[in-house]
Design a protein around this ligand. Sequence first.
Ligand SMILES: C[S@@+](CC[C@H](N)C(=O)[O-])C[C@H]1O[C@@H](n2cnc3c(N)ncnc32)[C@H](O)[C@@H]1O
Length: 304
Amino acid sequence: MTDPTTGKAPQTTPFRTFSVDGESRTDTTHRVQIVESITPIAGRSFIDIGACDGYEARALAVRGASRVVALEGKQVHWEQAVRAAEALGIPNHQAILGDLREIERYDLGSFDCVCCFGVLYHMSNPFNVLKRLAHVTEDLLLLETHIAPEPWTEAELLPKHQGALLHGTRTLYLDGARFEGRICIHRGEHAVSKGSLDENWTFWLTASSLAKALTRAGFSILEWHHELDAQTPDTIDKRGRELGLGYANTKILVVAKIDPARRQPITPGTVSSDAAGTMPPRIQETLLDRLYFNAARVRRRLRL
Ligand SMILES: C[S@@+](CC[C@H](N)C(=O)[O-])C[C@H]1O[C@@H](n2cnc3c(N)ncnc32)[C@H](O)[C@@H]1O
């Protein structure tokens, strides 16, 4: 991931510097202003899911959250989060090394606000993950993720997605329920990448399937920002553009509220090609996919 303000790779120091309104800041981020426009931060508890080096969690802690947990699955990023939090001296902050796909194992309790930024699309079973997140959400889920692009937006995709997303919308059964989406192939080295912990492919739900997954997991959708249009509040529009929310690159931001009575039981996730759960999904790159992948690689090299 690059710093959205500079387009460069993040610093190797434990802190990230963000240019927010022309000022270099390490205590706030572009997303904090989005979070603030949706919910107060001071006095509320937050968990940052897939926190990476924890910059978002630190910014929330510095802004007076009652408790912030940064949950990260990779040692290398988690260590950075721990070091940076120690250097800042923030007692309301805790960095946990753990797999979000089994979040209940860590006995973290529940949080006023669950922040799930840039990680749901790294899951092969996003429905199962949302069901689990419902159990740690007291009030709000803020979800930023990719959705499967409509076929007609193919040409607008970022080159990195053109190579990674397999052609065509697929139907998969997640925990026995039918969902539509696109398969994304993960080629990086798991241990050090900012991608999936160990999955070689993941499932990007279509917009309607994501809405179905959220609703069935027990959430009600309060806000949905995709195309940043006249209806999008100013803060989200401004910061969202800096963060790359918007149609061409397939990102969305959803605000959802939990209905505790609709939480689903936590079960091991299943992913299959049939409702009975007996046929494993067939993940196969076609010639066309290889062609897209190689073309995207060449374009990246030539910086086209
Ligand atoms: C693309 S980064 C997003 C980081 C940050 N939330 C942001 O939006 O800038 C995804 C992060 O999720 C972590 N991650 C991926 N799968 C995970 C899992 N199963 N459990 C915990 N963390 C995971 C990755 O290691 C990575 O740090």
